[in-house]
Design a protein around this ligand. Structure first.
Ligand code: FES
Length: 162
């Protein structure tokens, strides 16, 4: 098992080096570097932060600050599925708040967190263009309108089984 981990670490290290080489001379290099690393690994591994800081002559705290400022960047691998629940006004008026509370209860996590088994990430979204038929959600790449708690349970079950 250990050699596999070392191989993965080496591959990760080589990939991070390549990204740093490609971007660190450009102006405003930090964001392109973070995007490239997240594209490559699905998140920003902890091991990358010190190396980015060293390459850009910044502190690790500064790099962590930028990662946590932008909701797009993740410090941990993403959940298998992502549920976006619309938080905008039209959906809120049609039960969006209750649907969000239900999602948090059944998934065992708050917005911007993931379920303990990492099956689902729960995110807020501000309008999916389905305002007349809210509450609306997006589960991975599919949007769903008029989602009540029972329908959400059904969609989550289907995603788990897929
Ligand atoms: S307000 Fe929810 S889809 Fe537009």
């Amino acid at each position: 098992m250990e050699p596999v981990l070392n191989t993965q670490n080496t591959q990760e290290s080589v990939a991070i080096d390549r990204i740093l080489e490609n971007h660190c001379q450009q102006a405003g290099a930090l964001l392109p570097i973070l995007h490239a690393i997240q594209d490559a690994f699905g998140h920003i591994p902890d091991s990358a932060v010190a190396r980015i800081a060293g390459a850009l002559n910044q502190s690790c705290a500064e790099i962590h600050g930028v990662i946590s400022f932008y909701q797009h960047f993740r410090s941990e691998p993403a959940a298998r599925h992502t549920v976006h629940v619309c938080q905008a006004e039209a959906c809120q008026a049609r039960g969006g708040r209750e649907l969000t509370a239900h999602a948090e209860r059944v998934l065992g996590c708050k917005l911007h967190e993931h379920s303990p088994d990492r099956a689902f990430g729960l995110e807020a979204v501000h309008c999916l263009g389905l305002c007349a038929s809210g509450p609306a959600i997006q589960l991975d790449d599919r949007q769903h309108a008029r989602v009540d708690p029972a329908r959400l349970d059904q969609l989550l079950h289907q995603a788990r089984e897929a």
